[in-house]
Design a protein around this ligand. Structure first.
Ligand code: DQA
Length: 150
């Protein structure tokens, strides 16, 4: 099974940016946590972070040609603005879990809207780094379930 973990703008600044909201751990800490979790479950995982909307769109499109089985996506600020990322997700039809470190439901009103949500099988928010591991587990169960149906 092949998974892709995508992170949007400013998530490369984890550990520096607003630690009261996002914690003290870095993006590299996040990657190694997810990599270890995937390794234990014999899942192939790739990572991509970008501060540019078009690069995220292109990486989602590429996932189709790479035959990626599932994606974990934290679109960060693009969650609340990006029709382009929504359309990319709808184009590739790869099962995707939307993840947010913080609980958007308790934050500013402009963060209450998610453009990508309708193209995702689940949203996990407010669980910090652990949320990414939960998303991986959701995708493993989902992909195994889909394969069992065939
Ligand atoms: C975020 C929440 C977004 O509103 C924000 O723009 C981010 C991070 C989160 O993980 O909690 O950059 O997606």
């Amino acid at each position: 099974m092949k998974l892709l973990v995508l992170n949007g703008p400013n998530l490369n600044m984890l550990g520096i940016r607003e630690p009261g909201i996002y914690g003290n751990k870095t993006y590299e800490d996040l990657i190694s946590l997810i990599r270890d979790h995937c390794e234990m479950q014999d899942v192939d995982v790739a990572f991509f972070q970008s501060n540019h909307e078009g690069e995220l769109v292109e990486r989602i499109q590429q996932a189709y040609f790479d035959k990626v089985d599932g994606m974990v996506l934290n679109p960060a600020a693009y969650t609340h603005t990006s029709v382009a990322i929504l359309d990319a997700l709808k184009s590739v039809m790869i099962p995707t879990v939307e993840v947010h470190l913080s609980d958007l439901s308790t934050r500013e009103s402009f963060r209450q809207v998610s453009f990508v949500r309708e193209a995702c099988i689940k949203t996990i928010q407010g669980h910090g780094f652990q949320g990414y591991l939960e998303a991986v587990d959701v995708l493993i169960a989902y992909v195994k379930g889909e394969r069992a149906k065939v």
